[in-house]
Design a protein around this ligand. Structure first.
Ligand code: F6P
Length: 355
């Protein structure tokens, strides 16, 4: 029997741990006696047939490296591929054809919700795909955690720690804006880990008056500074998200809005830091390396078992497989009445909602 050949691609935005998944999948594929082809630039590489052989030699040393060896793009959706004239074309049939031409018996697609949606549609067209979820935002309900999230939290926590020293020295309100799209996980985790006084998340709309009130209350209690961690997708009660670019729905700038909203109501100086892509770059922490390694191995095993249309996921301590279809239909928001928020409130965190 000819040796089986599988492909691996990374789609959407980069995330710490992508290389660790690739490495583990290639190593596990060796156990199954598969050849592995790395598809470059996500699904776009299946249109241009940009593939490179992945062997234990070519992946050497990539475990601690951020980004992705295979490169990635969030503009490579073959169902809506840019036609070069400002429009889009459905080129999915070419992808199906190229997968056959390249002799791929299975494909591991590593990506966030956009990649998972494309993977599901290609599965529906008969392509044997297994998916691996990635995102620093941790916003997929099908898995307890995505790799990359804890690295982003660690970076954001360090930023909170560093801002604390300036806040304390200068009696200032330091506002840190973190990523997370429309979910407040990074802000909540980093805010709790860093001892923030105020955490603003999309799931709990804030009132500027309440933020100012909580800052003044802390002043009355003797604290002369405040640390505010705000998720990029946070919004005022009755307000809307703040976009850097409305057309592409790229979030950003809410920290400046919060600063402006409260400036007149408090007598402390305010400074804003937008952490940006620092929290998505660089080396994954140990937790994410291990999770990514477990996901990569599990994905290769699913391919070997012919169990397609599945996504690997972490449930409790176990890595399991769930239908991709279920994973994409279910975003994971912070529960405003959940234990994490309750814990934060009980240690004195304000969510700017007056509770
Ligand atoms: O989904 C990951 C993420 O980093 C979000 O937290 C953020 O909103 C977005 O990507 C930023 O995207 P870009 O890299 O295109 O600016």
């Amino acid at each position: 029997m000819p040796k089986k050949r599988i492909g691996i691609l990374t789609g959407g935005r980069d995330c710490p741990g992508l290389n660790a998944v690739i490495r583990a999948a290639v190593r596990a594929a060796r156990e199954h006696d598969f050849d592995v082809a790395g598809v470059q630039l996500g699904f776009e590489g299946l249109l241009t047939r940009a593939v490179v052989p992945l062997t234990t030699e070519t992946i050497r040393g990539i475990l601690p490296k951020g980004g992705t060896l295979l490169r990635t793009t969030n503009r490579g959706n073959p169902f809506e591929f840019p036609d070069g004239h400002g429009g889009c074309a459905d080129r999915s049939a070419e992808v199906v054809e190229n997968i056959r031409e390249l002799g791929l018996d299975g494909l591991i697609a590593i990506g966030g919700d956009g990649t998972l949606r494309i993977a599901q549609r290609l599965c529906d067209m008969g392509i044997p795909i297994v998916a691996v979820p990635k995102t620093i935002d941790n916003d997929l309900a099908a898995t307890d955690y995505t790799f990359g999230f804890h690295t982003a939290v660690a970076v954001a926590t360090e930023a909170v720690d560093r801002l604390h020293t300036t806040a304390e020295s200068h009696d200032r309100v330091m506002i840190l804006e973190v990523m997370g799209r429309n979910c407040g996980w990074i802000a909540l985790f980093a805010g709790l880990a860093g001892g923030a006084d105020i955490i603003l998340i999309p799931e709990i709309p804030y009132s500027p008056d309440e933020i100012a009130r909580s800052i003044r209350e802390r002043q009355r209690e003797g604290s002369k500074f405040d640390i505010v961690v705000v998720a990029e997708g946070a919004k005022r009660v009755g307000g809307a998200e703040k976009y850097l670019d409305v057309a592409t729905r790229r979030l950003g700038g809410i920290a400046y809005q919060v600063a402006g909203d409260i400036a007149e109501q408090i007598d402390l100086e305010i400074r804003v830091t937008v952490l940006g892509h620092i929290q998505r770059g660089g080396s994954p922490i140990a937790f994410d390396r291990i999770l990514a390694t477990r996901f990569g191995k599990a994905a290769a095993d699913l391919i070997a078992a012919g169990d397609f249309g599945k996504m690997v996921a972490l449930r409790g301590d176990a890595v399991c497989a769930v239908p991709i279809r279920d994973a994409v239909s279910n975003p994971k928001y912070v529960d405003p009445d959940g234990q994490m928020v309750a814990t934060a409130r009980s240690v004195g965190v304000s969510f700017g909602d007056g509770r």
